[in-house]
Design a binder for this molecule. Structure first.
Ligand code: AMP
Length: 206
C-alpha cells in the first residue's frame, strides 16, 4: 500500500495516518513529525526548520526532501507507506513523482480529507487548550489554513487528473472517517512488496 494523505490542519490526518498504517502494516511517515524532530536538533538547519514551523510557514523544499526521502525510499522498498503531509505543494508532488519513477514505484491513492475551516479552527484551538503545539495559536492557525488552500489545494486537482484521488469528508467521528476511507480503498488495486522491481529492494540513495 502506497498512499498519501492530503488534508488541511485539524482534519485528523495524523490519527488517520496511524490507523491506516496499522491496518496495512506499513510505516506512517508524517512530514510534520519528522520536521519537528529535525527542529529539536541543535543544528543551524534544525533552528531554521523550527522558525518556519513556529510561523506556520512551509519549510523549504530542499530541506523537506533531505529529511523525508530516506524514510520514503526505505519504506517503498519494504512494501509501502502512508505519507502524511507530504507532498504539500505542486513542486513537491512533481519531485516526489520523479523519485517514484527512479524507484519504479507509483502511488496507489491520494486520500483528501476535507472539513469547513470553522470546524478545523475549533479542533485546533481545542488541541491548543490541551497543551498542544506551539503552532496552534489563532493567528498561526489562520495562516496555516490559508497556506493549505493556496499551496496544497492545487494538489487535489493534480491527483484527480492522475485518477487516484479519494475524497472523504472529515467532519465526522474519526472511526467513521477511517471506515469510509477503507471502504473507498477497497476498489483500489494495492501495491505489495513484490511490486518493487528487482534490484531495488534495499534502501537506495535518494
Ligand atoms: P503538520 O504536522 O503536518 O501540521 O506540519 C507542521 C508544520 O511542519 C507545517 O506547518 C510546516 O511548517 C511543516 N511541514 C510539514 N510538512 C511539510 C511539507 N511537506 N513541506 C513544507 N513544510 C512542511
Amino acid at each position: 500500500m502506497r498512499l498519501l494523505l492530503l488534508a488541511p490542519p485539524g482534519a485528523g490526518k495524523g490519527t488517520q495516518g496511524e490507523r491506516l498504517a496499522r491496518r496495512f502494516g506499513v510505516p506512517h511517515i508524517a512530514a510534520g513529525d519528522l520536521l519537528r524532530a529535525e527542529a529539536r536538533g541543535a543544528t543551524p538547519r534544525g533552528r531554521q526548520v523550527a522558525a518556519y514551523q513556529e510561523r506556520g510557514d512551509l519549510v523549504p523544499d530542499e530541506i523537506v526532501f533531505d529529511v523525508l526521502t530516506p524514510a520514503v525510499v526505505e519504506a517503498a522498498a519494504r512494501g509501502g507507506y502512508i505519507l502524511d503531509g507530504f507532498p504539500r505543494t505542486l513542486p513537491q508532488a512533481t519531485g516526489a513523482a520523479e523519485v517514484g519513477v527512479r524507484l519504479g514505484v507509483t502511488l496507489d491513492a491520494a486520500v483528501y480529507l476535507s472539513a469547513p475551516d470553522t470546524v478545523l479552527t475549533r479542533r485546533l484551538l481545542a488541541r491548543a487548550s490541551q497543551g498542544g503545539r506551539t503552532d496552534d495559536t489563532a493567528d498561526v492557525i489562520r495562516h496555516r489554513l490559508q497556506l493549505f488552500a493556496r499551496a496544497t489545494g492545487p494538489l487535489v486537482a493534480y491527483y484527480q487528473k492522475r485518477g487516484i484521488l479519494v475524497a472523504v469528508g472529515a467532519d465526522q467521528p474519526p472511526e467513521s472517517v477511517t471506515a469510509e476511507i477503507l471502504a473507498r480503498l477497497s476498489d483500489v488495486p494495492l501495491a505489495t512488496a513484490s511490486d518493487v522491481p528487482p534490484g531495488r529492494e534495499g534502501p537506495a540513495a535518494p
